[in-house]
Ligand binder design. Structure first.
Ligand code: MOS
Length: 750
C-alpha cells in the first residue's frame, strides 16, 4: 500500500505534473530485453580476461612468489606481480580531496608487504576467463608472517580517537555531566550493543573493462563515483585527466560498495603493461576479499529519564573497527545527535584498527546500526516507564536540533508515527511479552525510528539543451544504479522546464558529460536538481534576448516569467509568452543550451536537515526452534517531496529488505587467527531471499522540505535505518528476550 499522492502543492498551473506520477523506469525496457550493457558486457576487440590472486595471510611479507607455471599455462597473456608491476601512485583516499575515490590509500602491488588476508599478490591475464582462473590457481606464494591485529574485542584497548567522523567532531557533549545525570535519574537503561561486519552483495559483481589507446584510458566501470574515479585514476597513473574517460551507464546495485578498489587499478596497469584491453570481473569470493563493507561496532547507549519519560541524560558512545589505511569510521553515533531532546548528551566514538580489507560505506553506514542500539534502548526504557514506545518518542521530540541548536528544515516524525500506527494497527498491541501465540509461534510487534541526513554534494554541473522541436536533454555525469535516476530526473526537469515528460531525456553515466556528483549518501537527487535549477535560470536568461524584440517576451526580466506549456510565459499575464519552438525558429537556431554549476550546498549549514520515518515490524518466533520470521512490515516515512511513487516505494522497500538481513541473517565471519573471511559466498553469507520477506507496506507524507533543493530528500538509505531495532523490539514483545547483538539468529533465542 503506497499512499496515493496528491500532486505537490509546488506545482505551477499548466505544468505537466510529471513529478509525483508513478512513471515506470525509462531504462526498464533495455534491461528486460538484455539491451543494457553493463561494465562486463561491453564488446571490445582483442580482450583479455583477468583473475586476481589473493594473499592468504593477514600481515607480513611475501617470502617467495612463483608464477612460472601460471605464465606457461594455456592462453595466458601476462602475469603481473609486485616484481614486474609498473610503478604508480597509491589512490587518494575518498574525502581527503574533493574528487578522490580511493577506498584505501595503500600502494597496490608495489612491494612485498601484505596488509590484509585477501590482498592482491598477482593478476593473471588470459584469452578466456577460465584460462585466467586456472593459471591463477598455479601461482605459489610463501610468506613471512607478522603478528596481526584481528580480534576487535582485544584491540578496543588500543582504540584511537579519530580527528573527525566524516568531517564532524567525534565527540559532542551538551548540557554538562551526563554520567552524574545518569546516576540520579529516576529510570535508566544502560546497555552495550554489538554489530558485525557485513559485505556488499550487489547482484552485479564488481567489474571493469579497460581499454588504452596511446595515453588515453577508457574504463567501462561499475561505479557510483564517475568523476572521482576519473580524477583519482589520472593521479595514480600520472595522466592528463582529459585523457581518462569513465563510462558507467548501468550499474547492477552499488549501495556504497562500488567505488575505486584495487581490481580496476590492477586491470589498468596490467592492460598498459601487456598492451591488451582487459576485462576484470570479481568472483563473488573476490568481492568479499577485495572490496569492503560495513564494519563491526560495539556501542553503549545509556538513557536517564524522569518518570514522565523526558530524558535527563542520553549517552551514545562506542567503537568501530577500521584500518589504518582508510577513513570510514561508520558514524553510528550520528542519529543520537539529532533525534531526541535530553538535558545532557554525550555522543562520542573511537576507532579500532584491524588488519582487514578496508571497510567502506554500506547503505546508511552508521545510521543503520546506530539506530539499532538507540532505538532498542528506547524500547527498553519505554517498558520500564510503562509508556507506549510511540508515546515516549512524543514526549522527547525536540524543538530544535538537540546538539547543534539549529532549526529543523522539515521534521514530521511524529506524524509519520501517527500515520504508521493507524495503518499498522498499533493500538491492538499488547505490550506484555509472550501475550500472542499461534501454535508454536510467538507473535510480537515492535517499532523504531528511522532517520538519515539530507546531503547535497558540491561539484555538479548540468547542461540543458532545448532543441528546435521543443524537446530537451539534460546532461550530467550522474549514476543510474537501478534506483530510477534517469526517470525521476527527467520528471523533475520536465516540470521545471514546463515540458511533457516524454519530451525530456536525462543523459548520464559518462565523464565526457558535465561533472556529476557521486551517488552516495542518498545525495544524488538533490545534487542533480540543484544543478538543473541553476542551469534553467541561465537558460531563461539566454532565451529571452534570443526571442528578440518582436517576441511577446520582449522587455520581460527572467524574474517575471515562468516555464510552462512548452515555453516561457509572463507570470502575471498568462497569455503573454511563447513556446521554445517558436523562439528557436525565429532565431533560426537548432538549439539553445546552457551549463551552470550547482551552487554550494550551504542549506545544510544553517538547518538541521534530515529524513525521518517510523518502522513497524510484526514477527513470529518459533518457541521450539527459535526461528524468526518477519510476518508484516510497514515503513511510514517523512522524506520530503516524492518525485516518483513507484521508484520511491521500490527504494524504500529494498532498503527495508536489507534491514531484515541486518537484523536476522547477515554477518561476515572473520577467522580471528588468520584474518580470513570464512563465508565469502551467498551460500554462507545470508541475505534475505523472497521467503524471508513479507509484503512490505511503505507510506509517506509528500511534504516538500522548503530548504532542500527541489524540496527533495534522498531516499536510498533511510529505509534500512530503524529496521533492526523494530525487529529486535518485536522479538522482545514476542518472546520476552532482548538481544543486544546482531544478527538475531536462532541460537541467541534458545
Ligand atoms: Mo550509499 S552507503 O552509497 O547506499
Amino acid at each position: 500500500m503506497s499512499t496515493t499522492l496528491e500532486p505537490p502543492d509546488t506545482q505551477k498551473p499548466g505544468a505537466s505534473h510529471a513529478v509525483g506520477r508513478p512513471i515506470s523506469r525509462v531504462d526498464g525496457p533495455a534491461k528486460v530485453e538484455g539491451q543494457a550493457q553493463f561494465a562486463a558486457e561491453v564488446p571490445v576487440q582483442g580482450l583479455t580476461y583477468a583473475t586476481i590472486v589473493s594473499s592468504t595471510i593477514a600481515r607480513g611479507r611475501l617470502a617467495s612468489l612463483d608464477v612460472t607455471a601460471a605464465q606457461t599455462a594455456p592462453g595466458v597473456v601476462y602475469v603481473m606481480t609486485h616484481e614486474n608491476a609498473p610503478r604508480f601512485q597509491p589512490p587518494a583516499l575518498i574525502r581527503t580531496q574533493p574528487r578522490a575515490a580511493g577506498a584505501s590509500d595503500l600502494p597496490i602491488m608495489q612491494d612485498a608487504s601484505i596488509h590484509w588476508n585477501g590482498e592482491p599478490i598477482a593478476i593473471v591475464l588470459a584469452e578466456t576467463q577460465e584460462q585466467a582462473d586456472y593459471a591463477a590457481s598455479l601461482v605459489r606464494a610463501t610468506y613471512e608472517e607478522e603478528p596481526a591485529s584481528l580480534v576487535f574485542d582485544d584491540e578496543i584497548a588500543n582504540a584511537r580517537h579519530p580527528e573527525s567522523i566524516l568531517g564532524e567532531p567525534p565527540t559532542i557533549e551538551v548540557g554538562g555531566d551526563v554520567e552524574a545525570a545518569l546516576r540520579v535519574a529516576a529510570v535508566t537503561v544502560d546497555r552495550t550493543y554489538v554489530t558485525p561486519r557485513h559485505n556488499h552483495c550487489a547482484i552485479e559483481l564488481h567489474a571493469a573493462t579497460v581499454v588504452w589507446d596511446g595515453d588515453a584510458l577508457t574504463v567501462h566501470d561499475a561505479t557510483q563515483m564517475l568523476g572521482n574515479t576519473q580524477w583519482t585514476l589520472a593521479q595514480i597513473f600520472g595522466l592528463d585527466e582529459r585523457n581518462v574517460r569513465i563510462l558507467s551507464p548501468f550499474v547492477g546495485g552499488a549501495f556504497g560498495g562500488k567505488g575505486l578498489w584495487s581490481h580496476q587499478i590492477l586491470a589498468i596497469a596490467a592492460s598498459r603493461a601487456s598492451d591488451r584491453p582487459v576485462r576484470v570481473v570479481l568472483s563473488r569470493e573476490g568481492v568479499f576479499r577485495l572490496t569492503g563493507g560495513r564494519t563491526t561496532t560495539e556501542q553503549r547507549v545509556a538513557l536517564g529519564a524522569r518518570p514522565d519519560g523526558t530524558l535527563t541524560a542520553l549517552v551514545h558512545t562506542g567503537h568501530a573497527a577500521m584500518t589504518s589505511h582508510n577513513n570510514c569510521p561508520e558514524q553510528f553515533t550520528f542519529p543520537a545527535r539529532h533525534l531526541y531532546a535530553a538535558d545532557a548528551l554525550r555522543i562520542a566514538q573511537d576507532v579500532v584498527d584491524i588488519d582487514m580489507i578496508a571497510n567502506t560505506f554500506m547503505r546508511a553506514p552508521g545510521e543503520s546500526i546506530g539506530t539499532f542500539a538507540l532505538e532498542a534502548a528506547l524500547d527498553e526504557l519505554a517498558e520500564k516507564l510503562a509508556l507506549d514506545p510511540i508515546e515516549l518518542r512524543r514526549r522527547i521530540e525536540p524543538v530544535v536540533d538537540p546538539t547543534s541548536g539549529k532549526p529543523f528544515s522539515s521534521r514530521h516524525l511524529l506524524e509519520a508515527y501517527r500515520r504508521g500506527a493507524d495503518a499498522f494497527g498499533w493500538d491492538r498491541r499488547d505490550p506484555k511479552p509472550r501475550s500472542r501465540r499461534d501454535g508454536e509461534w510467538l507473535l510480537g510487534t515492535g517499532v523504531a525510528t528511522a532517520t538519515y541526513p539530507y546531503y547535497r554534494m558540491p561539484g555538479g554541473s548540468a547542461q540543458i539543451v532545448i532543441s528546435a522541436d521543443g524537446s530537451a536533454v539534460v546532461r550530467m555525469a550522474s549514476h543510474e544504479m537501478g534506483m530510477g535516476t534517469a526517470t525521476v530526473q527527467a520528471q523533475f526537469a520536465a516540470d521545471h522546464l514546463g515540458l511533457p515528460f516524454e519530451r525530456v531525456r536525462f543523459e548520464y553515466g559518462d565523464t565526457n558529460l558535465p561533472a556529476g556528483t557521486p551517488a552516495g549518501g542518498s545525495s544524488q537527487s538533490a545534487s542533480i536538481i540543484a544543478a538543473v535549477v541553476a542551469t534553467t535560470t541561465a537558460l531563461v536568461e539566454r532565451l529571452i534576448p534570443l526571442a528578440g524584440p518582436s517576441s511577446p517576451l520582449a522587455g520581460l526580466q527572467p524574474s517575471e516569467v515562468e516555464l510552462r506549456d512548452g515555453g516561457i510565459y509572463a507570470t502575471t499575464d498568462p497569455g503573454r509568452g511563447e513556446r521554445y519552438e517558436t523562439i528557436l525558429a525565429r532565431a533560426e537556431q537548432d538549439e539553445v543550451s546552457a551549463e551552470v554549476p550547482a551552487p554550494g550546498p550551504g542549506e545544510a549549514q544553517q538547518f538541521s536537515m534530515h529524513s525521518y520515518g517510523a518502522q513497524f515490524a510484526e514477527v513470529r518466533v518459533n518457541a521450539v526452534t527459535g526461528e524468526v520470521r518477519v510476518s508484516r512490515f510497514l515503513g511510514s516515512f517523512d522524506v520530503g517531496r516524492i518525485l516518483n511513487p513507484k521508484t520511491a516505494a521500490s527504494q524504500l522497500r529494498g532498503a527495508i529488505i536489507m534491514g531484515i538481513g541486518l537484523a536476522l541473517t547477515e554477518e561476515t565471519l572473520l577467522d580471528e587467527r588468520s584474518g580470513r573471511i570464512m563465508n565469502p559466498s551467498l551460500a554462507e553469507y545470508h541475505v534475505p531471499v523472497h521467503l524471508d520477506v513479507p509484503h512490505i507496506d511503505v507510506m509517506w507524507r509528500d511534504v516538500p522540505d522548503p530548504i532542500a533543493a527541489g524540496g527533495v530528500h534522498g531516499i536510498g538509505e533511510i529505509g534500512i535505518t530503524g529496521v533492526a531495532a523494530a525487529i529486535a523490539n518485536a522479538i522482545y514483545n514476542a518472546t520476552g528476550k532482548r538481544i543486544y547483538e546482531l544478527p538475531i539468529t536462532l541460537d541467541k533465542l534458545l
